[in-house]
Design a protein around this ligand. Structure first.
Ligand SMILES: [Ca+2]
Ligand SMILES: [Ca+2]
Length: 436
């Protein structure tokens, strides 16, 4: 501080310098004065700091009080809005859906049929609601091809909700795609979920067993519990396939046991399943590539019975820039009989790099699959691949233009496993899809 030596000089000047005084004593006096001034300066700085800290504390207290007021006001508002929504039954709703425009081209190897290029549309709109006590309900509508016949049957094929742009601007049919209730009772650590209706598929699988669009009907019970990173699960299912007042019904029973192991950078799922179809061979609706014979003027499936055992392993590594997934799936129909009893095995191996969640995300996927003609009920497996009696490759690319908007292309190069009437083809699909 420049003014300290100046003040010192001034003080010395004002107090006067006695003529003939001892210079050493004078210097000593100046030194003392300087020390006093420095001490006062220190005191002054301390006081200033104290004042500043006080102001800061005051400001902090004011900000905290303001935040508290805002928090209380928000809580009150949320509570009031919540009560109001509850009164009018508007809580616990979730709306979801998607629209997909697809170019579909099928190109036959042997010119058995003319090549086909066409456009297809799929639209789905769903709503689910949680009711409390672990109960929730879901209803989803989807496009599909109407099958209105003389019988009371009216519906859309189980594995494909697409509609072709083909019918002179006809309005498209909208059908019930899902309608189910799930209940996770408040017992133990909520290890059991019961489901019933036309439900989202609860089984871990790949399309060689279940096409992604199939929503089975009936009931299921899923037991699962997490022990840290390890989650064993067991799913039982009772599915009603055909009911006919004049004969016994066709149905399927399923049991699937497995385990999910998930770490921070990788996860693994293993599952063993058994699907027992009962009376399906004589009371089926769509053959879907299964071989058929005429017995007593009725067509029946050659396989005779479907008792399908399946082993599935799926792994995911999420530690690099792009996640990597691989799977291997193997299924065998232990009940296969008849002229094509050896057509009893389905298997698939494949993987994916990348994912599609946000803008500019991309993924590439490849799988090889072989679904022998009588390995699984053809109507419920892999529609785009060509149902049962197909083997070949699927390669896929998908890119997010925006978070909810994707463009993708899929190429299928497939042959029949059993050359009866189904020829080899190459199929190209280009999809433009919006999802919410
Ligand atoms: Ca499908
Ligand atoms: Ca069976």
């Amino acid at each position: 501080m420049k003014w300290i030596p100046l003040a010192t000089i001034l003080l010395v000047f004002l107090t006067g310098t006695p003529r003939g005084a001892d210079p050493a004593a004078l210097e000593e006096k100046i030194k003392r004065l300087e020390q006093q001034i420095a001490a006062q300066q220190l005191l002054l700085e301390e006081l200033k700091t104290e004042v500043r800290n006080g102001a800061r504390l005051q400001a902090d207290a004011a900000a905290a009080a303001q935040a508290e007021t805002r928090k209380v006001a928000t809580e009150v508002a949320q509570k009031e809005i919540g009560q109001e929504l509850k009164k009018t039954n508007l809580t616990g709703w979730r709306f979801f859906g998607d629209t997909r425009l697809r170019f579909d081209g099928t190109y036959w190897d042997e010119n058995a049929f003319p090549d086909r290029n066409y456009f297809r549309l799929r639209a789905r709109l769903g709503v689910s609601k949680t009711f409390g006590h672990g109960v929730s309900g879901t209803i989803r509508l989807a496009t599909g091809v109407n099958r209105l016949t003389a019988s009371p049957e009216f519906g859309g094929a189980p594995a494909s909700p697409n509609q072709n742009l083909a019918e002179s601007f006809d309005r498209k049919g909208v059908l019930l795609d899902q309608a189910f209730i799930t209940w996770t009772p408040e017992i133990g650590e909520r290890f059991l979920t019961l489901g019933g209706g036309k439900f989202a598929n609860p089984y871990l699988s790949t399309p060689i067993i279940w096409d992604v669009d199939v929503n089975p009907e009936g009931f299921y019970q899923k037991f699962s519990h997490k022990f840290g990173a390890v989650e064993p699960f067991f799913t039982l299912g009772e599915m009603i396939i055909r009911e006919n007042p004049l004969k016994d019904d066709a149905f399927a029973l399923a049991g699937q046991g497995g385990v999910n192991v998930s770490g921070s950078a990788a996860s693994l799922s293993l599952a063993v399943s058994y699907y027992d179809y009962v009376r399906y061979d004589s009371d089926y609706k769509y053959a879907g590539g299964n071989t058929i014979s005429l017995v007593d003027n009725t067509t029946v499936l050659n396989a005779g019975d479907f008792n399908v055992v399946e082993f599935l392993a799926r792994g995911k590594i999420d530690r690099w820039r792009y996640p990597v997934e691989v799977f291997v799936d193997y299924a065998r129909n232990l009940g296969a009989a008849g002229p094509y009893a050896d057509q009893d095995t389905a298997w698939s191996i494949g993987g994916q790099i990348g994912r599609n969640r946000a803008q500019r995300d991309w993924s590439v996927a490849y799988r090889y699959a072989s679904i022998e003609a009588n390995a699984v009920p053809g109507a419920f497996c892999d529609s785009d691949f060509g149902y049962a009696n197909r083997k070949g490759s699927e390669a896929k690319f998908k890119y997010n233009i925006y978070d909810p908007l994707t463009i993708g292309a899929t190429l299928y190069v497939t042959d029949p496993t059993l050359m009866l009437v189904r020829e080899s083809w190459t199929r190209l699909q280009v999809d433009f899809e919006y999802k919410f």
